[in-house]
Design a protein around this ligand. Structure first.
Ligand code: NAD
Length: 381
């Protein structure tokens, strides 16, 4: 089959869905690879690098969509891109079908099959295709780097001839994939790291990464927010109050706060309130990874960096993976390549879209002119 990566058209998006290396692997599956000119430029992959990897570079988006059987992208297609899809063609990209109902209809009407990378079931076998996790890992790492860039001091404590430097204190709120990556990065830089999550089972993971788990004074402590499937459920008002009380105690002492708390399908819970920001020391930094969904910090402005009157920097960028475009493209294109490996069981360049396969079924949101979202629950965990 012919597989091609389109240039991302979303403003500021620097990632690309196929790298020269992933193209080499796709060719080993018997596929022919294409890329739209300039698609990899912002991530550091030149047209020449693609050509050296045996990829055909085409001059425009229309040419790319016209030439290939499978279009690979990062962002969901725009209306204009969806219009270029045709019957029998497959699109593989992030899609967020629950939030993009009209787009889903449009792709179905075009007769295209859409594989949504955000819908890959979170089961062990599918981890190699779990693009949400690979991007969350980058976001967590980059959040700490961003915090450091805005923080006027060391992370690690030092005793120098010019004086003693205390280590920075970092609090990570929400210890999913991004939160754990942030904990690992902050700890590696020498900070004293604390972390909180409503799911009690992550306490061990937090501690194994060298951070201290923040316990609450609450009678049903640490059991309240846990739900099935590894995801958090909304907290009770009492639990939330206990959580906010603890954060109020911690606020004056923390130099950096990284928030990543999310509950699937909901707005981000507000956990770091205005009075907590006001209680923080000047020079402190908050990086809010939940900014796109409203923010965990009451004062976060999505896609902006602000400095409060008391000198606290609040970073609400929503494009952390794109800010590490080379790394993000490498991991994302590997996720896509693994998806295509499963879609090409014979390694003969022939795609077999097996809707009996839990992972392929889970990620497929339109197929042969029908909407196939939401999928049934996976049979195997
Ligand atoms: P996420 O981005 O959806 O949420 C981030 C974290 O915020 C979660 O840990 C959640 O418990 C926490 N949170 C929610 N409300 C909170 C609150 N009020 N206060 C503090 N923390 C709060 O999480 P994610 O990174 O997508 O991971 C979610 C789960 O999915 C985890 O159990 C993870 O291990 C699991 N997972 C499994 C796989 C796999 O098996 N392939 C892959 C990725 C993630």
């Amino acid at each position: 089959m012919k597989i091609g990566a389109a240039r991302e058209t979303f403003e500021g998006e620097a990632r690309v869905a196929m790298t020269p290396d992933s193209a080499i692997q796709l060719q080993k599956l018997g596929h022919e690879c294409f890329v739209e000119t300039g698609a990899g430029k912002a991530a550091g992959f030149s047209d020449t690098a693609y050509e050296k990897a045996g990829v055909t570079v085409v001059g425009s988006e229309v040419d790319l969509f016209g030439a290939v059987d499978v279009v690979a992208k990062v962002r969901p297609p725009t209306e204009a891109e969806a219009e270029l899809l045709r019957s029998g063609q497959t699109l593989i990209s992030f899609f967020y079908p629950a939030q993009n109902k009209d787009l889903l209809e449009r792709c179905k009407d075009q007769g295209a099959t859409v594989v949504a990378m955000d819908m890959v079931p979170r089961i062990s076998r599918a981890q190699k295709m779990d693009a949400l996790s690979s991007m969350a890992n980058i976001a967590g790492y980059r959040a700490v780097i961003e915090a450091g860039n805005n923080f006027g001091r060391f992370f690690t404590g030092q005793v120098t001839a010019a004086g003693k430097v205390p280590p920075a204190k970092v609090l990570v709120v929400g210890a999913g994939v991004a939160g754990l990556a942030a904990i690992g990065t902050a700890t590696a830089l020498g900070a004293i790291t604390y972390a909180f999550d409503v799911r009690p089972e992550v306490a061990e993971q937090i501690e194994s990464m060298g951070a201290e788990f923040v316990y609450l004074d609450f009678s049903e402590t640490q059991t309240d927010g846990a739900a099935t499937g590894g995801y958090a459920a909304p907290s009770s008002p009492e639990f939330r109050e206990a959580q906010l009380k603890k954060f109020r105690e911690l606020a004056p002492d923390m130099d950096i706060v990284i928030t990543t708390a999310l509950i699937p399908g909901r707005d981000a819970p507000v956990l770091w309130t205005k009075d907590m920001v006001e209680a923080m020391k000047p020079g402190s930094v908050i990086v809010d990874l939940a900014a796109e969904r409203g923010g965990n910090c009451e004062l976060t402005k999505a896609d902006e960096k602000i400095v409060t009157d008391n000198g606290v920097t609040i970073v609400g960028y929503t494009d952390f993976p794109s800010r590490m475009a080379a790394q993000a493209s490498t991991l994302y294109s590997t996720n896509i390549r693994h998806m295509l490996t499963d879609l090409t069981p014979g390694k003969d360049g022939v795609i077999n879209h097996n809707m009996e396969d839990d992972v392929i079924r889970g990620a497929t949101v339109t197929h042969e002119g029908a909407i196939t979202f939401p999928p049934p629950p996976p049979k195997v965990q």
